[in-house]
Write a protein that binds this ligand. Structure first.
Ligand SMILES: N[C@@H](CCC(=O)N[C@@H](CS)C(=O)NCC(=O)O)C(=O)O
Length: 218
């Protein structure tokens, strides 16, 4: 059976939703393994043997570990084409991977600067600057996602929710911590409210016990 190592509210939500969509479309079940990051469960020798970067997600397939969201999503889509997770036409599929890679390698690391500022600067003054710059960049990234979300009908790729919808939810939720009020991005928020109601996303939200309730004015 497929296994997913995930942490509530983390980026592992993206393959988590993908696996729920696969289960709904094909009946293929998965074992969810909760990793408590705050307790260092991602730093044990056993975990580091699966992912030396000490990160979630990890997908285990037949005893072998697969890391990196973009690769995990590509694998799930190729293995379960009947789930319709990504477009099949070559150009549309590659564009979809381009958007997913951008969320993963550009937006996501900007949040890392906000959440884990201590990795990037030592003094409190410099950390404040790093956070302020990251928060401004995040806002711009979220505005770009809002523009894309206006084409969602009702989801990113049409009728069925997929990885991009899950990442869009995760990034808007994280934006709340960094001072972006979801109400200030009304089209994005309305789209995410639809996404949250879809059965695969609702199942993953329930398992992770998370909501879109993180906003704190800075
Ligand atoms: N590029 C990686 C990013 C993974 C990542 O940043 N994971 C974070 C959670 S969102 C993590 O596990 N961080 C470990 C920690 O915070 O200790 C991927 O696509 O899998």
């Amino acid at each position: 059976m497929l296994e997913l190592y995930f942490a509530p509210g983390a980026c592992s939500f993206v393959p988590h939703v993908g696996l729920e969509a696969v289960k709904a479309a094909t009946g293929e079940d998965f074992k969810p393994n909760l990793v408590k990051l705050h307790k260092g469960e991602n730093k044990t020798p056993e975990y580091l043997a699966m992912n030396p970067d000490a990160q979630v997600p990890v997908l285990v397939v037949g005893g072998k570990a697969l890391t990196q969201i973009v690769a995990i999503c590509d694998y799930l889509d190729r293995r379960f084409p009947q789930a319709g997770l990504l477009p099949t036409e070559p150009w549309a599929r590659t564009q979809a991977l381009s958007q997913l890679a951008w969320m993963n390698n550009t937006v996501h690391p900007t949040f890392t600067r906000w959440f884990r500022t201590g990795y990037f600067a030592e003094s409190a003054t410099t950390q404040d600057e790093v956070k302020k710059i990251a928060a401004g960049q995040l806002r711009q990234h979220l505005e770009r996602i809002q523009e894309w979300s206006k084409a969602a009908a009702p989801f990113w790729f049409g009728a069925r929710p997929s990885f991009h919808d899950a990442y869009a939810f995760t990034l808007l939720r994280w934006g709340g911590y960094a001072g972006t009020d979801p109400d200030s991005l009304p089209a994005y928020k309305a789209y995410i409210e639809r996404v949250m109601q879809s059965p695969p996303v609702a199942a993953a939200l329930e398992r992770e016990r998370i909501k879109l309730d993180t906003y704190k004015p800075q």
